[in-house]
Design a protein around this ligand. Structure first.
Ligand code: ZN
Ligand code: ZN
Length: 450
């Protein structure tokens, strides 16, 4: 589909003399509003993600970026099918769930089995195979809200590692308590990758309320039987890609400041907070720098493809661009909440440029964090390959996991003032790093986390 992002055109095609330049927050809003409205969900490798790339390239060109291009790569596509669950006995009732990425399918008329329940991964790990074999494994947990999102790491392992562990023990299928917070009765999807040598089984996440319900039913002490219908399919090898746009620097030898987010989303919502907000924030910040004249260093904005399903866009970027000099890598991929902390991952966390950025961010309500920052899934491959200095502008994630990977990830959840604060923070950081003659030093060594 070749329709133009209409709101953007209205914004940009107005005569320059008549229309004042839009505030940076307006550019970000227009981008995320346009992307989520005119494209919608953007599951990696599908036709929808391809439409997203075409939309993005057009929008970034319309904003005046140079060297706008799409760098394609191939990937295996997994597509959702029907997904239902019901308890057959002792208390028949329907439960809400959604398949996890790379889940195997049940037969079309479903799979029936007895539930084997476990409070956490360690309990499943400790169970003898005989307690699990042929059963539907159910793993619950108690993830709670945190401002910095730190609960996602340990609790997320239930989703990331639970399915392979259950399959290795001979389970027929696995259902987990959704990796999420909040009061809405919605299951949270997300990727999991089968360990080598493991036979894939059906794997799904229950809404937290349905998980709690199943836990109570199990506690009654009677055998619990469930029927599960999950019919995802292997969509074969198809194309994804990264969309790249640049603000060329005055000195080509001064290196590249790499920023961005991911264009793809899960297929349940419209990917407004994950990660429409991030691609919009970083592009709007780069445009704000561009509008002030040519920076010393090139700012490269990348809207990565296929992050959700395995970080394939970041791997492809590293493979294509590792020979280029990168002076900084930073990503916005934690929703649309306000930036509250400034983390770094550099050789010297007390360097003058770091201190200058910290001081400039203070009036925006942003505190100096630590030098052990996490830069983002998409930029980590190039960071680890080339020891690229990284900055993390940490967003308030208190409510991020209420929406994360659910049908509720939609535009209405974005607060325009918070979005504008993000753009201001990114533009402040960029104007210093892209224009300072001082370069951030890399760390002595980097250890890949994946
Ligand atoms: Zn994301
Ligand atoms: Zn995500």
């Amino acid at each position: 589909m070749k329709t133009l992002p209409l709101a953007l055109i209205a914004l940009l095609a107005a005569p320059a003399a008549a229309a004042p330049a839009p505030a940076p927050g307006d550019v970000a809003w227009t981008l995320v509003e346009g992307l989520t409205t005119e494209v919608g969900q953007r599951l990696a490798g599908t036709e929808a993600e391809a439409r997203g790339r075409a939309w993005a390239a057009k929008a970034l060109k319309a904003l005046g970026f140079a060297n706008v291009r799409i760098e394609p790569f191939d990937m295996r596509v997994w597509e959702r099918g029907t997904e239902t669950a019901e308890i057959l006995s002792p208390f028949p009732q329907r439960l809400l769930l959604t398949a996890l990425g790379n889940s195997a399918a049940t037969p079309a008329d479903g799979l029936e089995g007895e539930i084997a329940g476990f409070d956490g991964l360690a309990a499943l790990e400790a169970a003898p195979d005989a307690a699990v074999r042929g059963k539907i494994v159910f793993v619950w947990h108690r993830m709670g809200r945190t401002q910095d999102g730190s609960s996602y790491g340990p609790f997320g392992d239930v989703r990331r590692k639970g399915p392979s562990l259950a399959a290795r023990k001979g389970a027929a299928a696995i259902v987990i308590r959704s990796i999420g917070t909040g009061d809405a009765r919605m299951p949270h999807t997300g990727v999991q990758t089968w360990e080598k040598g493991v036979r894939p089984i059906p794997a799904a996440a229950l809404a937290t309320q349905d998980s709690d319900q199943l836990e109570r039913i199990l506690a009654r002490g009677k055998p619990v039987r469930m029927r599960l219908v999950l019919t995802p399919r292997d969509g074969g090898i198809r194309q994804s890609g990264n969309v790249i746009a640049e603000v060329p620097g005055r000195d080509p030898k001064a290196g590249i400041v790499l920023i961005g987010g991911h264009l793809d989303s899960w297929d349940l919502g419209t990917g407004a907070v994950d990660d429409g907000a991030g691609v919009a924030i970083t592009a709007a910040a780069a445009k704000a720098i561009m509008d002030k004249g040519r920076p010393l260093r090139t700012i490269r904005v990348v809207w990565f493809g296929a992050e959700e399903v395995g970080g394939f866009g970041g791997d492809s970027y590293r493979d294509r661009h590792k020979a280029e000099k990168h002076v900084l890598a930073a990503e916005s991929d934690f929703g649309a909440g306000r930036v509250w902390r400034f983390d770094t991952r550099v050789g010297d966390g007390e360097a003058p440029l770091v201190k200058a950025v910290a001081a400039a961010l203070t009036p925006l309500g942003i505190a100096r964090g630590n030098n052990e920052g996490h830069a983002g899934t998409d930029v980590e491959p190039i960071i680890y390959a080339n020891r690229v200095p990284a900055i993390g502008l940490r967003q308030d994630g208190t409510h991020y996991f209420d929406l994360h990977h659910t049908p509720d990830d939609t535009l209405d959840k974005i607060d325009r003032a918070d979005l504008a604060q993000n753009v201001a923070a990114w533009a402040t950081m960029l104007s210093l790093v892209a224009n300072s003659p001082e370069e951030l030093a890399p760390r002595a060594a980097e250890t890949p986390t994946r």
